[in-house]
Design a protein around this ligand. Sequence first.
Ligand code: PEP
Length: 251
Amino acid sequence: MRRPMVAGNWKMYGTRTSVAELIGGLNQQALPAGVDVAVFPVSVHLQQVLDGLAENNIAVGSQNCAFQSEQGALTGEVSPVQLADLGCQFVLVGHSERRSVFGESDRDVCNKFAAVQASGLIPVLCVGETLEQRNAGETLSVVSAQLDAVVGELGVGVFAKAVIAYEPVWAIGTGLTATPQQAQEVHAEIRAQIASKDSVLAESVRILYGGSVKAANAADLFGMPDIDGGLVGGASLNADEFGAICRAAGS
Ligand code: PEP
């Protein structure tokens, strides 16, 4: 039985004042005990969020990190070791905005994934196809190749301590959501790809869906057999909406 997870990606939003309000709102939410909840603020707000949620059962993660775990001469970067030292538990790797806007390749994503695990943190590996790729019938091959870039290099066993997020690029921040059936098809395929190498591991790995998840569509998505929760962007900036999504994952 996989424990559901809901993760909130705050992207590059927030000021100390608005983050304080969001923390206050999250601390008032009745969150289901059976769901792992995590939020991913901007790095300059990590300490504020860690402090503000210390009494709550909400984990904190980083949206990005350096490609090496150790500290070093990499101006402007943050190492996973430093994130661990701060108290973070997760790091997003391969978010589509990192891939498309910052040109991160599958190799970069794989290096970050390995660096995150080397620091004792849990990577949340994001995969997903563009609309053009979906329309060309390439969804499963694109997602499979993104997953294989990590499995081929690091071995399937690394997913014992990782989370996967299927995020169709066309659904991120657009208000368009994959139907539960569309998402389930890809999630099942991801699980099958892992099962082809390790069937026991495949049953335990959590695969989150991301792409315009809201309180109104969360229950239908999370009701699918291979969808183990969500990676939520815009809707996670509203504590009540995010709380409702977390409760949907627990029902
Ligand atoms: C995301 O940023 O990972 C995301 C899924 O965003 P949104 O929920 O706004 O589509």
